[in-house]
Design a protein around this ligand. Structure first.
Ligand SMILES: Cc1cc2nc3c(=O)[nH]c(=O)nc-3n(C[C@H](O)[C@H](O)[C@H](O)COP(=O)(O)OP(=O)(O)OC[C@H]3O[C@@H](n4cnc5c(N)ncnc54)[C@H](O)[C@@H]3O)c2cc1C
Length: 437
């Protein structure tokens, strides 16, 4: 098998796929992924993707994003994201993505922190609709090869330049792969936490690798806890009850059936209110109620959430739903510029793995898919302009003995760094965290 390409993309979520689609067809592209190509958080996105509805919405959208991010956002990145959004949506439609409509009009929804209805969606499975269409389009590209069940163990560095990656293939053998440019699109950090909405295999490998290679990181302790995930004692991924359910009128109740917070406040504020309430109630959950909402509307807009709650024994049209906060999203990451370039030449990072400052301290709902696509496209454009530098260098593979051992080490490296940066966050949320798996 050929283990060189013009571009290697690690990760087959929305950011990796969108990047591949925007690279010229004349470039050979190799994509690898740890699991099946369809097992990525991008498939899990429920609520939708934000967009600028018109010039008159700009100031309001900008302000909502900055406010949610505690004004720690990078203003230039926010401006780029918002202004690029109509083109991105148009491209998605061209790729075959179907957004919900009311008759001829787009059916916009709203989530916590948004002062306007500006979120486009496909029922409550927007991520699956978008990512599956991107995946189909990528499979049609003759210049792109996707290899599944293949894990990046390291990057290959020569004199401070990225030359390729070290990979563990499906049969357990370890090989160097070389390319002119490498794009890390490895998603978030949820696999490090016991309670997370993320896939368990998203264990922040890129961050550990970046730390080892002294690649600049940013805000590694800015980790979003989602206020409302379905409470369950079962192990594994926590099921998210999207903010758009609150956007459509769901209320939160304490053990006495009383409301205790404005449900449409930004995520971090609602999360803290729930945490305080659970303490007062001496409980590990609070309740969400949608019983007062129109049943037909609920079933049309949230069929997936309805079904998943039913599986756990709750009919959301009649019962209170127990909910609890869980790790959900990573605002920090590998520090990148507005073209997604990292501090190491020929190495790019896109999507949740990267930090271009769009989200500041706290992400505004439905801004992550958009951010991932906008800056993945910019990375592709930048890479397209570059001349090749392919160089196959010697790599000592004996240091990569066991994939499992490396995985465990990487989890510890990242958790230790989070603890070092923010002991309070670590004590609050990383307690009891499972090691990778
Ligand atoms: C339940 C849920 C609901 C969400 N809802 C929304 C929403 O409504 N709107 C919104 O905007 N955002 C939402 N998000 C966030 C959004 O889905 C993600 O931020 C975004 O899709 C991340 O895309 P990505 O391409 O960066 O990473 P992912 O889609 O997570 O893809 C990561 C890829 O990297 C691969 N990978 C990881 N490590 C390695 C390695 N070492 N070697 C090889 N491959 C590796 C994985 O296998 C995977 O293919 C939601 C997230 C979750 C979990």
């Amino acid at each position: 098998m050929k283990r060189t390409a013009d571009v290697i993309i690690v990760g087959t979520g929305a950011s990796g796929l969108f990047c591949a689609l925007h690279l010229p067809k004349s470039m050979s592209v190799l994509m690898i992924t740890k699991e099946d190509a369809t097992l990525s958080d991008s498939y899990l996105a429920q609520g939708g993707i934000s967009t600028l509805k018109g010039k008159e919405d700009y100031q309001s959208y900008y302000e909502d994003t900055m406010k949610a991010g505690h004004y720690e956002n990078n203003p230039e990145s926010v401006e780029i994201m918002i202004k690029s959004s109509p083109v991105i949506i148009e491209e998605l439609v061209q790729y075959g993505v179907d957004f919900d409509k009311n008759g001829e009009e787009i059916a916009y929804t709203r989530e916590g922190g948004h002062s306007k209805f500006r979120i486009m969606h496909h029922k409550d499975i927007t991520g699956e609709e978008i990512t599956s269409k991107l995946y189909e389009r990528v499979k049609e590209r003759e210049n792109v090869r996707i290899i599944e069940h293949t894990m990046m163990l390291d990057i290959i560095e020569e004199n401070g330049i990225c030359r390729g990656i070290v990979v563990c293939e499906e049969d357990g053998t370890i090989h160097p792969y070389f390319a002119n440019n490498i794009v890390l699109a490895t998603g978030g950090v949820g696999g490090l936490f016991e309670h997370s909405t993320n896939f368990r295999h998203l264990t922040a490998d890129s961050l550990a690798i970046a730390l080892r290679h002294k690649i600049a990181l940013e805000n590694i302790n800015y980790i979003q806890i989602h206020p409302t995930t379905l409470y369950s004692k079962k192990p594994g991924r926590r099921f998210l009850i999207s903010e758009s359910v609150r956007g459509e009128g769901a209320i939160l109740l304490n053990k006495d059936g009383e409301r205790f917070v404005d449900e449409l406040l930004p995520r971090d504020v609602v999360t803290e209110a729930i945490r305080q309430q659970m303490k007062k109630d001496q409980s590990d959950h609070v309740y969400m109620s949608v019983k007062h909402l129109d049943k037909k509307e609920l079933l049309t807009h949230f069929p997936n959430i309805y079904e998943r709650c039913m599986e756990e024994g709750y009919d959301m049209t009649k019962d209170l739903i127990p909910v609890t906060p869980s790790q959900h999203y990573f605002m920090g990451g590998i520090k990148v510029d507005k073209d997604s370039a990292t501090s190491m030449p020929y190495l790019y990072a896109v999507g949740e793995t990267s930090c271009n400052g769009v989200h500041g301290k706290n992400r505004l709902a439905s801004n992550s898919l958009l951010e991932a696509l906008v800056f993945a496209e910019r990375a592709a454009k930048k890479i397209s302009e570059q001349k090749g530098s392919l160089k196959e260098v010697d790599v000592d593979l004996s240091q990569y003995s066991s994939k499992e051992q490396i995985q465990k080490e990487y989890c510890n490296i990242v958790l230790e760094e989070i603890k070092r940066r923010d002991g309070e966050f670590y004590d609050k949320w990383c307690h009891n965290e499972a090691s990778a798996g």
